[in-house]
Design a protein around this ligand. Structure first.
Ligand code: GDP
Ligand code: K
Ligand code: MG
Length: 297
């Protein structure tokens, strides 16, 4: 007898920097969610699609959950909360090196409202001694009734195959939602803006990163088959604009070169990237501008 096809939606939640994007990118095998060592890199929900012979898993990479400090923060929590109630499985990812913390308590309180099964994913297994790992697992085990507890290393790939198997088992019978060669249903525009923002995050520091948004102003195909992309980097203060531009434009040039490389390898096409920098005071607190910059619910 042939077994039925299984499919479902999976939400990945957890504090910033636990490795959610790294995990998703490993599973999908393509760079669709941006990764960085700075918190709050991911602000939007990104879907990655994993397809095998008998199953399809659709991942939603949520923003890092934390107590909201400003409007953008509460928007991020809403996105995360909402996504948990629309999925078949929730992966709660934690950092094996850090153990239970205040941020996790906030998330576990949210999870009490979730009826779907929750897997505890203890990531960064490569960074702890096995004895430490057991202690951390025991600590989390007392806080919530997890359907599975799976230690992995998203970076090195340890135990990820096993986790894939457990996730597939958890999925209901269902159709193949997306074609098997499709890895994300996000418009290219969003992925492009995220890659630009990632480069700006990597190359700047201190208070600048969280004040950055990237808006794609235009994408058009040129005769020479190059894709012409115009994008603006939005900052909150003119001092930040100076940092992003750099000495004689050197920083902006570096951001552009690095972003172009990644965008080209993602799209498989040559692009011409034009970057602008704009100051928009206090954009994080203006809900209407959040919408304009793509942070929609
Ligand atoms: P997110 O904010 O939860 O999406 O976290 P990211 O995926 O952006 O990862 C944050 C940082 O942790 C990056 O520097 C990753 O390279 C690193 N990281 C992710 N997974 C692992 C892992 O399994 N082991 C180690 N050592 N580092 C990891
Ligand atoms: K994040
Ligand atoms: Mg992320």
């Amino acid at each position: 007898m042939e077994s039925e096809f299984k499919s479902g939606f999976i939400s990945i939640i957890g504090r910033p920097n636990v490795g959610k994007s790294t995990f998703m990118n490993r599973v999908i095998g393509e760079k669709i969610a941006i990764m960085s060592d700075k918190a709050q890199t991911t602000r939007n929900k990104i879907q990655g699609v994993y397809t095998q012979d008998d199953a399809q898993l659709v991942f939603i990479d949520t923003p890092g959950i934390h107590k909201p400090k400003h409007k953008l923060g509460s928007f991020m929590v809403n996105v995360a909360e909402q996504s948990m109630n629309e999925v078949d499985l929730v992966l709660f990812m934690v950092n094996a090196k850090e153990g239970f913390g205040r941020g996790d308590e906030f998330i576990i309180n949210m999870l009490q409202k979730v009826k779907q099964p929750v897997f505890l994913i203890v990531n960064k297994l490569d960074q702890v001694h096995p004895d430490e790992l057991i202690k951390i697992i025991d600590e989390y085990r007392t806080k919530y009734d997890f359907a599975e507890i799976v230690p992995i290393s998203a970076l090195e790939g340890n135990n990820v195959d096993n986790l894939l198997k457990l996730m597939v088992e958890q999925m209901p019978e269902g159709p193949q939602f997306y074609p098997e060669d499709m890895i994300t249903d996000h418009p290219e525009r969003f992925v492009i803006s995220e890659l630009i923002r990632e480069k700006a995050l990597h190359l700047t520091r201190e208070e600048v990163p969280h004040s950055i948004a990237v808006v794609i102003e235009g994408i058009e195909e040129r005769e020479n088959e190059k894709l012409n992309v115009q994008a603006s980097i939005i900052v909150e203060r003119s001092s930040q604009k100076g940092i992003i531009i750099g000495k004689q434009g050197s920083m902006l040039k570096e951001i552009g070169q690095r972003a172009r490389k990644d965008i080209e390898s993602l799209l498989g096409t040559k692009i011409y990237l034009e970057l602008f920098v704009k100051v928009q005071k206090d954009w994080r607190n203006r809900a209407n501008q959040l919408q304009e910059y793509g942070y929609r619910e």
